[in-house]
Each structure stands twice: as structure tokens, then as C-alpha cells.
Design a protein around this ligand. Structure first.
Ligand code: NA7
Length: 492
């Protein structure tokens, strides 16, 4: 039974889809209320993106003490920016500590979720053919986790190890090997910094160079960690510092208007960093983007410009003709012989809960609703899909600041809507079509003015070329998530 502390409670059954950062958050919050819930996880381990990505150099570009749940600071971080395996450990420890592990069903991908209007329940189908039900579905299925494999002719003929970065092949030769790396997003850049001194040769195939935002990395000492353990307020002082929050505010203000002086400042910082670090005019020309800084997601690095100048690295800017059994042939005929080919080619960012079949009111398919672009009212709810809530769903500020901060604020919003169901004040809650259309109209108009819409290709853009992300400030997001506008919801 629900331990509903708001009076005449109804025991609701919750299905959380995904045991990554957002799913674990939902689980912790539901557990705290004593709710009946199951987290369905497709894999054998929790952790989402931090489970799937294990490539060398994997580092989160949000400061470690800001990349924790607000209620669970972590004194053990080894450095200001944490490595991927430490973050995975953090989520595993936190899930254990809050007692949510027994609620997670591993190897249990949800393949379908179908709304039964007569009974106001979601019927879920699992990968093993099992059927189950829930009153509320929380889709916490992640954003960047469907690998984007490049359509390069001959890729399948490569005799060495070729693999996507989110499917890291531990058998692939790196030490003393000839390695090819395709892709220059955050992933490709981090891999360059991590492996260039180990390889015999690293050919970095660069279709578009990236703007690099310089940041400082430093290690925490054992004395620092001891101080954090003794006084958690020291960690809050970092997470909630004027410096960190101020940076988030300034950054989100800058990206929301590509004419703003703030975004010009960011460009100047990146340009000055490039000028200061890269002396060789030929390399500098190769590394200079022809689009505006932050149009593609800014890469944060403290070492890339140093590492890329290691003689083992060759930045190849020519077009790839095809992959051959022993390497990569360029359009100009040049051949790069390789033992290993790493595909740092990013993710299909428009999938969200798909390929799960989601059928809402009247059997309408989410896939059809999202035929033009994936969308959700304030990134959380969808007209026609009652009692269905998303964490880090489409049109949210994914990539603008910490996804944990985003998910926590979204949870607070969802929790208020679920409260109506829990208290027995409603059987279904769903946003109205009119409210959603109004939101999308305003969002799309604003999105075109963001830096993401200033003229470059990136995973921020939807299939029609419109930025798919939250186009307003950090404070606007915080305000929107503080309380749902109930007049925009149909509550039955
Ligand atoms: P990104 O940022 O999407 O970067 C993918 C990179 O792969 C980018 O440089 C692409 O070049 C390149 N790419 C993609 N397809 C091809 C083909 N066919 N040929 C050559 N190059 C190609 O992915 P990441 O994994 O680095 O980062 C994803 C996010 O994860 C990141 O923003 C952080 O939020 C964490 P392009 O720029 O399109 O010319």
C-alpha cells in the first residue's frame, strides 16, 4: 500500500523504464514514499550511459560535485571532473544505499506499453513475453544511447577491430597499434587525449573540427576527501556556489541568443585558447571550425590542444572514400593502414523511449505522434498519453547543464501531477493538445534564435533542422518545473 501522507491515498503501481541516473532517481523518490514500483532495465547492470560508455578518457564535463543527486553528495571524487567508472560506482553505491536494488528487474526490456482507457492502466510487455500492468509509467530511458554508426562503404570488410565507442572492444589493440578514430565530438576528443601516448600512430579522421572550451582539471587529495566526509557542507559549497550556478546561468543565457554579447565572449575564449596553444599554421587551420562556438556542443578540455600535437597523432581532414580490410582509403587515394578503427560517431538523439512501442489514447502510436520530431509538453508529458511521464524527455535542456539537476527538477514537477492520482483527486492526468501546441510554437520560435540554430549540423537539431532543445534560460526552466500550470492539464 502507498504510505500516502496526503490523506485518502490510492495505492498506485509505478513502472519506471530504465535504471540509469534518472530511473534510479525516480526509484529513490518512490521508495521514500513507500510506493509500489518496479524499475525495468534492459541490461544486466544499472548505470545507463555510464554503464555503456567505458572508453579511455571518459570524463563528465560537469564538475563532479555538481554531478551528484542534490540529496546524496559524494566525498570520494578523485578529481574536479570525474571519470566515467567513478560515476558508475557512485550510482551503484547510491542505489544500494537507498534500497532500490530489489526493485530493479534486470534483463527486462519493456518492448511495449499500451494504454487501456477502460481501466486507466498501462499494459506493459516485456522482452521475455511477460505482460504486466502499471497505473503510472515513468520513462527514464535516456537520451544519447542509440549508437550512430556511419554509413561508410566497406566498414564491414575491415579485418581488425572496428567498434562504436559505446560498445568498447577490450580485445582491440591500442598499445603500440595503428589506430584510426572517426569523430571529433566530446568522445573523440577525450579518446585522443587518453590514447595518443600509447599508440604507434593515431589517425584522427575529422569531418568537422570542434571549438574547445578550456577548463581546469585538478585532483582532490585524500585530505580533501577527508574534509568532505567530515563536513558535507563543503561539497554543497561547490555544487551551489555562486561560481558554478553563475556559470550555468551565464552559459544558458548566452546560448539562448546567438546575437548576445555573452556568446561572443565564449567564442573569444575558445579562439584565444586555440591561438595560444596551436602554433603550427597548418594544424591551426585544420582545427579552426567554420561555425560558431557552442553551435555544436562545446567540448570542454584541459589537454586536447597539447595532446593533439604529439607526433603520434595525425589529424586527417580529407574525405573518407571507403574502409578496406587493412585500413581507410581517402578520397584523394591516401591509404591509412590500421589495426583498430574506433567509431566516435555519436548517437541517434531522437529516439528516447523508442524502439518501445507506446500506444496512448485510441491506440495512437507515440512513433506516429513523433513522426516530425519528438516532443513533449515542457519535456515531461504528452497529449494523448495519460499518466505517462518522462525524465530527460524531448525539448528539455539536455546538454545545457547537469542532467541530474534537470531530472530532479522534472521529478518535482511530475510528483505534483502524480499527487493528484495518489490522493484520489484524479484517475488520469494529461496535458491538453492546445497547451502543448502553444508550448511548441513558442519553443520552436525561441529555438531558432539559440546558438544551436546558428548554422551547423549537430545532434541538437531535429529532422527538420530546428534545435530540439530547451531554448530558454536556466531560471526559466527552474520556474517552469516548480509547479505545473494546472490549467494546461486535463484532469479526470
Ligand atoms: P557527437 O558530439 O555527436 O560527435 C560525433 C562526431 O562524429 C562528430 O565529430 C561527427 O562529425 C562525426 N561523424 C558522425 N558521422 C560521421 C561520418 N559518417 N563520417 C565522419 N565523421 C562522422 O558524439 P559524441 O559521442 O562525441 O558526444 C555525444 C555527447 O555525449 C556529447 O555532446 C556529450 O554531451 C556527451 P560532424 O560534426 O557531424 O561533422
Amino acid at each position: 500500500m502507498s504510505s500516502d501522507n496526503n490523506g485518502a491515498g490510492k495505492a498506485l503501481r509505478y513502472a519506471v523504464v530504465g535504471a540509469g541516473m534518472a530511473g534510479i532517481l525516480a526509484a529513490i523518490k518512490l521508495k521514500e514514499r513507500g510506493e509500489e514500483f518496479t524499475v525495468y532495465e534492459k541490461a544486466a547492470r544499472l548505470g545507463g550511459t555510464w554503464r555503456e560508455n567505458r572508453y579511455p578518457g571518459l570524463t563528465c564535463d560537469v564538475p563532479a560535485h555538481a554531478y551528484t543527486y542534490s540529496f546524496e553528495p559524494y566525498p570520494e571524487w578523485k578529481a574536479f571532473y570525474a571519470k566515467g567508472d567513478e560515476i558508475q560506482t557512485y550510482f551503484e553505491k547510491t542505489a544500494e544505499k537507498y534500497g532500490v536494488m530489489p526493485h530493479i528487474r534486470f534483463n527486462s526490456e519493456v518492448v511495449s506499453t499500451v494504454w487501456d482507457a477502460d481501466r486507466a492502466v498501462w499494459k506493459l510487455g516485456l522482452v521475455n513475453g511477460e505482460q504486466t500492468e502499471a497505473d503510472v509509467v515513468i520513462a527514464a530511458s535516456g537520451v544519447l544511447h542509440h549508437p550512430n554508426l556511419p554509413a561508410i562503404p566497406g566498414l564491414e570488410t575491415f579485418k581488425g577491430h572496428a567498434f562504436h565507442t559505446a560498445r568498447w572492444d577490450d580485445e582491440a589493440p591500442i598499445e603500440g597499434a595503428k589506430v584510426g578514430l572517426i569523430g571529433c565530438g566530446s568522445t573523440g576528443i577525450q579518446i585522443v587525449t587518453a590514447i595518443n601516448k600509447k599508440v604507434e600512430k593515431l589517425v584522427h579522421f575529422q569531418r568537422s573540427p570542434q571549438w574547445i572550451m578550456p577548463v581546469e582539471q585538478f585532483e582532490y587529495t585524500e585530505a580533501d576527501r577527508e574534509a568532505f566526509r567530515k563536513d558535507p557542507a563543503l561539497m554543497d559549497a561547490i555544487r551551489f556556489s555562486d561560481e558554478y550556478i553563475g556559470n550555468v546561468r551565464r552559459f544558458t543565457d548566452a546560448i539562448t541568443d546567438f546575437h548576445s554579447p555573452e556568446i561572443k565572449q565564449i567564442e573569444e575564449i575558445c579562439q584565444q585558447y586555440l591561438d595560444a596553444k596551436i602554433a603550427d599554421p597548418e594544424l591551426k587551420q585544420k582545427l579552426t571550425p567554420n561555425y560558431r562556438a557552442a553551435c555544436k556542443r562545446l567540448v570542454y578540455s584541459w589537454s586536447y590542444y597539447d595532446e593533439v600535437q604529439n607526433p603520434s597523432v595525425y589529424v586527417e581532414t580529407g574525405g573518407i572514400e571507403r574502409v578496406e580490410p587493412n585500413g581507410v582509403r581517402m578520397k584523394d587515394g591516401t591509404f591509412h593502414e590500421l589495426d583498430t578503427l574506433i567509431l566516435a560517431t555519436g548517437f541517434k538523439a531522437d529516439r528516447f523511449i523508442r524502439p518501445t512501442t507506446v500506444l496512448g489514447e485510441g491506440g495512437v502510436s507515440l512513433d506516429d505522434v513523433w513522426a516530425t520530431r519528438p516532443t513533449a509538453y515542457y519535456a515531461v508529458t504528452i497529449p494523448g498519453f495519460p499518466n505517462f511521464f518522462m525524465l530527460n524527455g524531448p525539448t528539455g535542456p539536455v546538454g545545457n547543464f547537469s542532467l541530474i539537476d534537470i531530472a530532479e527538477r522534472q521529478w518535482d514537477y511530475i510528483d505534483q501531477l502524480i499527487g493528484l492520482l495518489r490522493k484520489g483527486e484524479a484517475t488520469t492526468v494529461v496535458p491538453s493538445t492546445a497547451a502543448h501546441e502553444n508550448y511548441e510554437e513558442r519553443r520552436i520560435a525561441a529555438a531558432k534564435n539559440t546558438i544551436f540554430g546558428s548554422g551547423c549540423a549537430s545532434w541538437y537539431l531535429d529532422a527538420t533542422g530546428v534545435p530540439s532543445s530547451w531554448p530558454w534560460s536556466y531560471d526559466a526552466f527552474a520556474e517552469a518545473m516548480a509547479a505545473p500550470k494546472m490549467e494546461d492539464y486535463v484532469v479526470q
